[in-house]
Design a protein around this ligand. Structure first.
Ligand code: ADP
Length: 258
């Protein structure tokens, strides 16, 4: 089995991830769990598992990113999610472009040049509209499993107009539409489109340089990819493990700095 040479930890607002890469930078191990309020305890547990896999963490460089990164004491460096996502996607794709990252409670658009360097970025971490939470709230209110949201939204070409940009108001609007007999798929399509409009505003701020790439847990939602393609007229590329991209980038930075 290949040897883990560096670790990256991405402690997000919704999920915590740890990734191990080998000497060539290939991801060979990971853990992903819902984020717990006690960041230090969860990180320690992650590291315990890593110790069991690797044997000892002595000499293994660790870089932390994400909103809880400052609480990862073992990390030799804390690096922003912007840099880690850019590093991760460059490793995966070998080219630059525009990366859209949609996580549980924030979203970002990052312009990356052909050498993998960050040119510009826009970030929304102030409002849950434009993030996974926007869809999650409605999914749980409507009793639709998160994994089915996208397919349901794509099962129709009809689209209910959702005018509220606020997550809380959108939820009330959805309930009212259901009460008026509007079909669930068309409501969901409208909701996805509302999220895409928020993302497109950030894409315009940064300026789009193709190819367009998508990461974060929400990249697993097929309607987000499809509607983003329709909105931009560009094909959207998704890395193999979009939710792990930040942790993967952190591990690569750890490896390179070692
Ligand atoms: P963060 O790094 O901000 O903690 P993630 O990038 O891990 O967040 O994304 C978490 C979000 O991804 C969840 O809040 C959820 O909305 C979304 N998500 C996770 N898995 C799926 C899935 N299979 N289908 C659709 N959305 C998903």
């Amino acid at each position: 089995m290949k040897q883990i040479e560096a670790l990256g930890i991405d402690f997000g607002s919704t999920t915590a991830k740890i990734v191990g890469v080998d000497r060539s930078g290939q991801m060979i191990w990971y853990l992903l769990e819902p984020a717990e309020p006690r960041v230090e305890d969860q990180v320690e547990r992650f590291l315990q598992v890593a110790r069991q896999v690797i044997g000892s963490l002595d000499g293994i460089p660790v870089v932390a990113t994400g909103y809880g990164r400052r609480l990862v004491q073992l990390a030799s460096r804390q690096v922003t999610e912007i840099s880690c996502h850019a590093r991760g996607v460059f490793q995966e794709s070998g080219h630059g472009g525009t990366l859209v990252d949609i996580g549980g409670q924030d979203s970002k658009v990052i312009g990356i040049n052909s050498d993998g360097k960050v040119l510009d970025f826009a970030m929304n971490d102030k409002c849950s509209a434009g993030t996974g939470r926007f869809l999650e709230n409605t999914a749980s209110r409507l009793n639709v499993p998160l994994e089915q949201l996208g397919d349901l939204a794509l099962s129709t070409m009809e689209e209910a107009s959702i005018s509220s940009t606020c997550t809380v108001f959108a939820e009330s609007e959805v309930i009212s539409l259901i009460a008026h007999g509007v079909s669930l798929p068309s409501i969901l399509r409208g909701l996805h489109h509302s999220l895409i409009r928020r993302i497109m505003a950030m894409v315009r701020t940064v300026g789009m340089v193709p190819p367009l790439m998508l990461s974060g847990g929400v990249a697993q939602n097929p309607a987000i990819r499809r509607l983003l393609e329709e909105e931009t007229g560009e094909k959207v590329l998704i890395p193999q493990y979009p939710q792990l991209l930040g942790a993967q980038g952190a591990a690569l930075i750890a490896l390179e700095n070692h």
